[in-house]
Ligand binder design. Sequence first.
Ligand SMILES: Nc1ncnc2c1ncn2[C@@H]1O[C@H](COP(=O)(O)OP(=O)(O)OP(=O)(O)O)[C@@H](O)[C@H]1O
Ligand SMILES: [Mg+2]
Length: 313
Amino acid sequence: QNHLFKDLDLNISKGEKIALVGPNGCGKTTLLKIISNRIAADEGEVWLGSRVEPGYYGQEYEDLDPQNTVLEEILANFDIQIEQARTVLGSILFSEDDVFKPIKNLSGGEKGRLALLKLILSGANFLLLDEPTNHLDLDSCQTVEKILQDYEGTLLMVSHDRYFIDQIADRVITLQNGRLESYHGNYSYYQEKVQSRNKADMAARREAAREQSKPEIAAREQKKEQERIRRKRIRALEDMEHRITELEEQKSRIEIKLSDPLTYSEEENARAFTAAYKELEEELQFAYNEWEELSKLLEDEPMEGNNDELFAR
Ligand SMILES: Nc1ncnc2c1ncn2[C@@H]1O[C@H](COP(=O)(O)OP(=O)(O)OP(=O)(O)O)[C@@H](O)[C@H]1O
Ligand SMILES: [Mg+2]
């Protein structure tokens, strides 16, 4: 089962004018209908003060009789004289012949105004209005705005109209992800609060990102160090290659000497060349081993850069 909300806790004091805002389908209408006792909650309770008379204004204008004219609708429901009825209807922009229009022919805006007037005349002191400015033209909007500003009862209204909320509400409640949050102020105040909270959230996220990137920085440092070692090894390898070339040249020079019969005419000479030759061979062997080890180290390393240059030799 899909829960719209759970464990909501909301206190409304006498005289408060509250705007309920929230994304489409989050359950605003449902909550209003539960509070006004039009539908029952699966769980929980709604307490109304003993003298509270709730009046609900729905998105569907369920409470208007389409067969009545505007004037009939007022006369049928309230103990009121025709003159008085026409005066109050005039106050919500039904003038002259307008009052004889059948309700079924009214526009959404006209129905909205009439439904609202009925609510006020009903003596309801706790209005629950579901998007009262929906379908209203600008004139109707301003009229309703004025009526609600002057209204002395308690008001809980759902609205998406920020300007309208700003003109009327002294408290904004958000319904989001099944949770209510309350802001004591008008819509602008609510926006300020949300913005500064978003800023704080963003700063916290940035800080968290910085914390998280610490290992990355360490990894970067480590890579730099590896690169330093690698370059050092490349230099050592190059030095070793020069050394090997040098030793090989010396060796071939001595080989020439050793293959010359003249060398052997002097015993000491021959011994010296032979010894030098042996020494060179050992040194070369050592150099080859060293070179091999270095190039193996470099080959095994995971490299960032291109090592082709090195191994092309
Ligand atoms: N009688 C019902 N049975 C089952 N689901 C319903 C019923 N009434 C409404 N819903 C669903 O409950 C969810 C909340 O509806 P509700 O009308 O309360 O939202 P809302 O916040 O008023 O949305 P909106 O901003 O569009 O008016 C919606 O997904 C809707 O489809
Ligand atoms: Mg709704």
